[in-house]
Design a protein around this ligand. Structure first.
Ligand SMILES: Cc1cc2nc3c(=O)[nH]c(=O)nc-3n(C[C@H](O)[C@H](O)[C@H](O)COP(=O)(O)OP(=O)(O)OC[C@H]3O[C@@H](n4cnc5c(N)ncnc54)[C@H](O)[C@@H]3O)c2cc1C
Length: 538
């Protein structure tokens, strides 16, 4: 079959949710195209091993770009992992389930996006969620995304919480409830101790049972095809051959925070002069495509804590603990083998009158640096400091007209004057937790920041160490003004027909928290809008 009602490009959270919800209507056919594989098996089910296998390097499951040398990072380029395969980022991410602050969504609405306030989006968060712990007005208990407490049984949670108390930080049980500020254990998108990615939740149950859903993995979409200003299909490479698939109603681009913009540019939708200079015929001038890319910059602190079997590391203790952990996980789906590494988190308001936290931290139960690529022969823990609302903006551009080439990705970290000072204040606040009696008793050595005394020392450390926490957004941002935004509040590409973007790239400003849950929410809402808007067009 090469003609469908809807063609959904990209099998990450945006695409899985959209394709799944659309095919609830048996009268509507959908092709879900994914460049990577549908990876299965016990390694894919294990949270920790799937991440260790794929996150640190480019592979068939990871697009893995190097960003452009960045002046804000002392001209370093950063390795940027990006999921490739059914589930997208959720096939090897850290599974931390966070929605961000309610004020983030109210801000989206105030920027001119009706329907996106917290009150508007909360029903979609509830719809997607099957929370195993919380039953209240903030949570859903029968959605496709299983959300549970970690099953690691790790006594280190009590140690970290005690340290946070000593530092004067409140302890919080639910980061997705009435308030967000404080420290506590995270919830994760896991089902009975296994990774629960969006492909498993939204697509696997319907393969073979919904005749109107066609999943095409290892199918790379090279461009969207237009007749006039209407999207009518896509060109793909499948098994080394180029093919055309036609869409009767709409093409929905769900390529994620970086690759949706790349696909629009390849298709002739973007800044006209830039496209012409590359010899790409301009279908539609849309200056905002690829602009406004941003991410949460993150800086990792690391501590040597020898001999503790509840932490991980390259050490005899660590190797033994890991072997035991995998054995226990295969039997019981519990214990350290069910870790997502970032087991606890914290949100900090740096000023007494801050309306929303400026900094998040992720407590990691091992020493993991440079995206797990810097293997440190030390047993201990790390803490990742994350700047929640950066002002810096970068870009996604084409390196070449070859659809298979990596794009040019530039985050311009710390180019906004407020970003580095806020990061420094956050690092100092987090370092304070690690200097409490509970932590100093355990820490043998501060591995990276013992020399940091002044703000300038901390700033230089941040420039030397900062990098992505894998939350690229904004490159197809939503907004009312077509000269400054790519999609409107119903996620339709401004100025064209039959084309939407439904994924993390549409966020007008990054939310203050991890981006998976918000992206699933965006797709739940996007699918609803698609169904409403296409009534009568069948
Ligand atoms: C290592 C890592 C850890 C993370 N940890 C967390 C976490 O703990 N909590 C959290 O909330 N978030 C986390 N994230 C972020 C989260 O996974 C993303 O926000 C989320 O996956 C974004 O979903 P998306 O649908 O926008 O894009 P993606 O997940 O990137 O999915 C896009 C999909 O489209 C496919 N695609 C792109 N272009 C094409 C094309 N031309 N043809 C065919 N297919 C195409 C890609 O292969 C990919 O599968 C992490 C991400 C990574 C990489």
């Amino acid at each position: 079959m090469s003609e469908f009602d809807f063609i959904v490009v990209g099998g990450g959270p945006g695409g899985c949710v959209t394709a799944s919800r659309l095919t609830e209507d048996p009268g509507c056919s959908v092709a879900l195209l994914e460049a990577g594989p549908d990876w299965r098996g016990w390694l894919a089910d294990n949270t920790a091993l799937s991440m260790l296998k794929h996150a640190p390097r480019k592979s068939s499951n990871n697009w893995g770009f190097n960003t452009l040398p960045d002046p804000g990072l002392n001209n370093r380029s950063d390795f940027h992992s990006l999921g490739r395969g059914l589930g997208g980022g959720t096939s090897f991410n850290a599974l931390v389930y966070m929605r961000g602050h309610r004020g983030d969504y109210d801000e989206w609405a105030a920027l001119g996006n009706p329907g996106w306030s917290y009150a508007d989006v909360l029903p979609y968060f509830r719809k997607l969620e099957n929370n195993q712990t919380f039953r209240d007005e903030y949570h859903g208990n029968d959605g496709p995304m299983w959300v549970e407490d970690l099953r690691t049984d790790n006594p280190y949670h009590d140690v970290v919480k005690q340290a946070c108390r000593e530092a004067g930080e409140p302890i919080i049980a639910d980061f997705n409830g009435a308030t967000q500020v404080g420290c506590g254990s995270v919830q994760a998108t896991m089902k009975n101790g296994e990774r629960w990615h969006t492909g498993k939740a939204y697509i696997h149950p319907y393969l073979g049972t919904r005749q109107n859903l066609q999943l095409m993995c290892e199918t790379h979409c090279t461009r969207v095809l237009f007749e006039g200003r209407r999207a009518v299909g896509v060109e793909v490479i499948q098994g080394g051959q180029r093919r055309v698939l036609r869409a009767r109603r709409e093409v929905i681009v769900c390529g994620g925070g970086i690759l949706s913009a790349k696909l629009l540019l390849l298709s002739g939708v973007g800044p006209g002069a830039e496209l012409q200079a590359m010899g790409i015929p301009v279908v539609h001038e849309s200056p905002a495509v690829g602009r406004y890319l941003h991410d949460h910059p993150a800086v990792t602190l690391a501590y040597h804590i020898p001999g503790d079997p509840n932490l991980m590391g390259i050490s005899p203790t660590g190797a033994l603990a890991l072997l035991r952990a995998i054995r226990r996980w295969r039997k019981e789906r519990r214990g350290m083998g069910a870790t997502n590494f970032g087991e606890l988190s914290g949100y900090f308001c740096l000023k007494p009158d801050s309306p929303r936290p400026e900094i998040q931290c992720q407590f990691v139960i091992g020493v993991a640096l440079d995206h797990g690529r810097d293997v440190y022969a030390k047993h201990g823990m790390s803490v990742v400091a994350i700047l929640l609302r950066p002002g810096s903006r970068g870009s996604v551009r084409l390196a070449s007209t070859d659809a298979l080439a990596d794009p040019l990705v530039d985050f311009s970290y710390f180019s906004h004057p407020d970003d580095l000072p806020t990061m420094v204040a956050g690092l100092r606040r987090i370092a304070g937790i690690m200097q409490t009696p509970t932590m100093s008793r355990r820490i043998k050595r501060d591995l990276l920041t013992a020399h940091c005394k002044t703000d300038e020392d901390w700033a230089e450390f941040a420039r030397d160490r900062a990098g992505t926490v894998y939350h690229p957004v904004g490159s197809c941002r939503m907004g009312a003004d077509p000269s400054d935004a790519v999609v409107d509040a119903r996620l339709r590409v401004h100025g064209l027909q039959g084309l939407r973007v439904i994924d993390s790239s549409i966020m007008p400003r990054i939310i203050g928290g991890n981006t998976m849950a918000p992206t699933i929410m965006i797709a739940e809402k996007g699918a609803d809008m698609l169904r409403q808007d296409s009534k009568g067009t069948a």
